[in-house]
Design a protein around this ligand. Structure first.
Ligand code: UDX
Length: 427
């Protein structure tokens, strides 16, 4: 059992904290946001994540997890401190390390005794950040410390499951003793554990997300080409997946990728490459392709309905994917804005993300059910892959909509079952 403190209680911090506590560690959480601290300590997760509410309440009740109100109270008992603060994009796409700097300074200020602690960066940071940003701040404090990097690979919607049962663990350490401490935290993990230096662990995270984003952008482009060449993407995908060197996963084409990681991390890597004299042409193309992919969905609507001015268009799914309430970089933004600019009346529905989406694009009429969204609609774009959307039938579209024009932007419906619907999907 290790005394762990987690600084930053966003999806990554909270899921990691709850997972460590579930595995028997004694975990303390801290966040600079007072209302977030209050919510978490009451057993109310500040975001939707499958299973997190029950798991959080369980570890709170068992007193294996508690939330404290000061950084001092978080640092004092800790042997290992995880930094789980956000590293958002700046205007120019580069990584903003402001939150990381501030949190590290606050840890250093709260470190009042001479006890040696291990500080582990879980935030996604560019290679070199732990050494160049975190290390000097801790060194200036004069406290004895060890440094680690432990990137997260949590998928939103399955983050707790991924934290409890990872399929790989990457541990960057500044020396053998740190590596030993980090390995002991993952003793129960039944998966490969890769021990590296700090910079390599940081790089593995960017390599992974850039590759996955590239796969999605490749699938999107390939599906566009399949359409142009009159070939079925499904069959091509099957054939592609039969090559043992190509994993068929993450090759589902649609309206492009969004979320809190792929766009931001690819942009940060491109920006870092340019600063270091490398022009990352492939990753620039991935971003450029992703920027315009949603236009294919709009084009299908125009093909079917002509001028969209005055047409009622429903967007199903406003979060960046199903099973989450996260609207960060959701493709529903450019889809909605493009439809609005063409004079369409845009109606949106999402099982969880409606209120958050409304605040950003108030011109979209957000409603409370699929039925309300589709009622009288001239066309719809399925932007989110919620299971409830995949159960929609041809009859649903034909009875609810004014004209059953359906663009499946996430490949969740079976075209063979869409008889009578003017059905489109990419590829
Ligand atoms: C991702 C990584 O998977 C995770 O390991 C990392 O830690 C954080 O980023 P997440 O952002 O939760 O997780 O979503 P993910 O399920 O990976 O999907 C990202 C985006 O790609 C979504 O917009 C999704 O709709 C899109 N996508 C994914 C596709 O368009 N096609 C695919 O085949 C897969």
């Amino acid at each position: 059992m290790t005394n762990i403190s987690v600084v930053g209680l966003g999806p990554v911090g909270l899921c990691s904290a709850v997972a460590f506590a579930t595995q028997g560690h004694r975990v303390i959480g801290f966040d600079i946001d007072t209302s977030r601290r209050d919510q978490v300590s009451r057993g109310e997760p500040p975001f939707y994540e499958k299973g997190i509410r029950e798991a959080l309440r369980k570890v709170l009740r068992a007193k294996r997890f508690s939330v404290v109100d000061t950084m001092d109270a978080a640092i004092e008992p800790a042997a290992v401190v995880f930094l789980c603060v956000g590293t958002p994009s700046r205007e120019d796409g580069s990584m903003d390390d402001g939150g990381l700097r501030a949190a590290t300074k606050s840890i250093a200020a709260a470190w009042r005794d001479g006890k040696r602690r291990t500080v582990v960066v879980k935030s996604t940071v560019l290679p070199g950040t732990t050494d160049n940003v975190v290390r000097p701040i801790l060194e200036a404090s004069g406290r004895p410390f060890r440094l680690g990097v432990n990137p997260e690979f949590l998928r939103e919607g399955r983050a707790l499951e991924d934290a409890l049962r990872p399929d790989r663990v990457v541990l960057g350490a500044d020396g053998p003793e740190t590596a030993r401490i980090l390995k002991s935290l993952y003793r129960s993990a039944k998966c490969p554990v890769l021990a590296t230096d700090l910079k390599t662990a940081e790089a593995v995270k960017y390599a992974t997300n850039s590759f996955l984003a590239t796969k999605v952008a490749f699938a999107d482009e390939l599906a566009n080409l399949c359409d142009a060449l009159g070939v079925s993407y499904d069959e091509v995908h099957k054939g592609l997946g039969l090559d043992s060197r190509i994993n068929p996963r993450f090759l589902v084409p649609g309206v492009g990728f969004g979320g809190s990681c792929f766009p931001k991390d690819v942009r940060a890597l491109v920006s870092a490459g340019r600063r270091h004299g490398v022009e990352p042409r492939l990753l620039e193309a991935v971003l450029a392709q992703n920027e315009v992919q949603y236009l294919r969905a709009i084009a299908f609507l125009e093909e079917e309905l002509g001028d969209l001015n005055g047409k009622r268009i429903a967007i199903l799914g406003l979060a960046f994917k199903g099973d989450t309430d996260d609207i960060r970089e959701t493709r529903a933004f450019p889809i909605a804005r493009s439809l609005l600019s063409k004079g369409a009346l845009v109606v949106g529905y999402d099982p969880l993300a409606g209120p958050a989406f409304s605040k950003v694009v108030p011109e979209v009429k957000v409603v409370d059910s699929v039925k309300e969204a589709l009622a009288g609609a001239d066309g719809t774009i399925l932007q989110g892959d919620w299971p409830a959307f995949s159960r929609l039938t041809a009859k649903d579209f034909m009875t609810m909509m004014a004209t059953p024009v359906v663009v499946d932007g996430r490949r969740i419906l079976d075209p063979k079952k869409m008889r009578g619907v003017r059905f489109h999907r990419i590829g």
